[in-house]
Design a protein around this ligand. Structure first.
Ligand code: SF4
Ligand code: SF4
Length: 593
């Protein structure tokens, strides 16, 4: 599109000038159609969860938010705005402060969920040009800190949670051992970099970092289905922060890494684990961003699991999942990629009591953590307030568990469920399928071992018996939650709610592990961590940082001391906390066990 920006004679900051120049290159037919077509009918207003949860604040209305971007388009790229700017509300942008205000809207007041898009009679897709505006701001360095940190990790380390290759491989090996033990079958392992596999399985780094059980569950399903499958040692991240940040270059580079790795392994099909934005980025958007013709098939693991059951490759017993469950459609899976019926079909095969949530499918409300919102901690209070409509929708189902096919939704839902005290669990289909699966005779756990299960279960419950753990957090409910969970699993727990007490207790008690919050009044967690590492008597204490501000990760890793043994982002559920504590403490490897 012709660039009309250079004709302006008015003073403009360097960044604002760049934003306008780059905007001209981003405008395509679809974008211009959406920018020009709004008739301000207001029919999209009640589509937005921000509006529904904040009915007294008109600045959350999709059309209002869209007009903050539209006025730039009109002023510079539409003849009506050039000739009669005051008539059509056209206005340029001049200062860095105005860019910050735009940042607050495009990152902090919209999750790009596209619910307003499908409710617009004029076909206006606000989320598409909101993403474009995000990309323009990112290109001049105006973005929430969390977006900068995550993007940097995905550019430099190759995945958006900064998981190092050793950590990834260690986790796969750990889950391999768990699977062999569970099935009492040494050949039940996770194959890494196997050539010519029928399926290459890609995952979300959250699975390595916080939820390795989903990897073991998927491996169990592939193994029992007799699949010829593998996981890549590198280029395994199917998530793509480019979708959230609006950075098409990042989107293309990340997608290409995965495509090239699958091709290098001569894989026949790429299966994408349950992640809405990962699925949309890898299957739908990635080939365009990367300008790459993908030479193999791509499939959501939901379809893979459903096919295994339909073809009789695995058998399931739904009576193993008795609790009432409901299903949350991820915006990216459902509204943007049309995955509506398959997850429901699969769910009904593996649970006894499925309860539909209303509205659902393309009309479902966002988990409120979409669009990268979970990485932008400055907007957390706003996000949780806007989650009210989602909380009401969930509790109306009467379900005890909400199932979703998206790791991002797992985090968003977990956080709002805790905030609104709904008392529900969150699960994914892979967990329910693995739980319902019937282990056939030839790999069934031998009778003699089965009789030992109760004893093992008891031992499992007391797995942390020989460990002393210092829990540090200034939020009383979190302190109680972590402490109770660890004590229930046998650990001796001591507590501190501020940094100075934590250091004093570390010196006097010499715990095996410290779970450490970062943001605390007084001496903060970062200072506590550095003091521990620099004290020769305390430097060997293992530390798991648990923070609600993931953007602080870089500050911790930039300190010139040995890195923490674990790093978790809040909210943390009980399974994630236990798995990570056990992993850090190498439970089972301790002398004498
Ligand atoms: S429904 Fe469509 S045309 Fe109406 S205000 Fe919303 S975006 Fe504009
Ligand atoms: S895309 Fe979603 S969050 Fe954004 S304005 Fe539309 S309905 Fe609201």
């Amino acid at each position: 599109m012709e660039n009309a920006v250079s004709s302006s004679t008015e003073e403009r900051s360097h960044k604002a000038q760049k934003v306008l120049e780059r905007m001209s290159k981003k405008l395509n037919r679809q974008m211009v159609g959406s920018l020009a077509a709004c008739v301000h009918c207001g029919m999209c207003t009640d589509s937005c969860h921000y509006v529904l949860s904040n009915p007294d604040d008109p600045t959350y209305a999709p059309a209002y938010k869209a007009d903050r971007i539209r006025k730039l388009f009109k002023r510079h790229f539409d003849w009506t705005g050039r000739v009669l700017p005051w008539w059509v509300g056209a206005k340029s942008i001049y200062t860095d402060e105005e860019l910050e205000e735009l940042k607050d809207i495009v990152f902090g007041k919209c999750t790009n969920c596209r619910r307003c898009s499908i409710n617009c009679p004029m076909g206006v897709d606000f989320a598409t040009f909101n993403r474009m505006a995000r990309g323009l701001l990112v290109s001049v360095g105006v973005m929430p800190e969390g977006v900068a940190v995550v993007s940097k990790d995905q550019w430099e380390i190759g995945n958006q949670m900064g998981v190092l290759k050793e950590e990834y491989i260690d986790t796969l090996e750990w889950m391999s051992e768990e699977l062999s033990d569970e099935l009492n079958d040494p050949s039940a392992v996770i194959p890494i970099d196997k050539m010519d596999a029928d399926i290459v399985y890609s995952i979300n780094p959250r699975e390595v970092k916080y939820d390795p059980r989903t990897i073991a569950d998927a491996a169990k399903i592939f193994y029992l289905a007799g699949e010829n499958w593998t996981m890549p040692s590198e280029g395994w991240d199917m998530t793509n922060f480019g979708l959230f940040s609006g950075d098409d270059d990042l989107g293309g580079a990340v997608a290409l890494r995965l495509y090239e790795k699958v091709s290098e392994l001569r894989g026949k099909k790429l299966v994408i684990s349950e992640c809405g934005h990962g699925y949309r980025s890898t299957k739908c958007e990635g080939p365009n961003w990367a300008a790459h013709t993908v030479p193999f098939e791509m499939e959501s693991s939901v379809l893979t699991m459903l096919r295994y059951i339909k073809e009789g490759r695995i058998k399931v017993d739904k009576s193993k999942n008795k609790e009432p469950v409901t299903f949350h459609d991820s915006c990216n899976n459902a509204r943007s990629c049309g995955l509506f019926e398959e997850p429901r079909e699969l769910l009904k095969l593996v649970v006894e009591d499925f309860r539909e949530m209303y509205p659902n499918r393309s009309e479902n409300y966002c988990c409120t953590g979409g669009g990268g919102a979970m990485s932008m901690s400055e907007y957390t209070p706003r996000r949780l307030k806007s989650a009210k409509v989602k909380a009401d929708q969930l509790s109306a189902t009467g379900a005890k568990v909400v199932v979703t096919s998206c790791h991002n939704c797992v985090d968003g839902l977990t956080d709002l469920i805790r905030h609104y005290k709904l008392g529900m669990g969150v699960s994914q289909l892979v967990n329910l399928v693995a739980n319902a699966i019937v282990v056939p005779e030839q790999v069934a756990v031998p009778e003699a071992v089965e009789t030992e299960v109760p004893k093992e279960a008891v031992a499992e419950e007391r797995a942390l018996e020989n460990y002393k753990i210092l829990v540090v957090d200034d939020e009383p409910d979190i302190l109680t939650f972590y402490s109770t969970l660890l004590e229930d699993n046998g650990a001796q727990v001591i507590q501190a709610s501020d940094g100075d007490t934590a250091l004093a207790l570390a010196r006097s008690e010499k715990p095996d592990l410290i779970t450490l919050d970062l943001s605390m009044p007084g001496t903060d967690g970062g200072e506590v961590f550095e003091s521990l590492r620099k004290d020769p008597e305390l430097s060997n204490i293992r530390v798991c940082i648990i923070t609600g501000k993931p953007e602080l990760r870089r500050l911790i890793y930039d300190r010139e001391v040995q890195e923490p043994e674990g790093f978790l982002d809040k909210p943390v559920d009980d399974e994630t906390l236990l798995l990570n504590v056990r992993k850090i403490l190498e439970v089972g490897d301790k002398p004498g066990e």
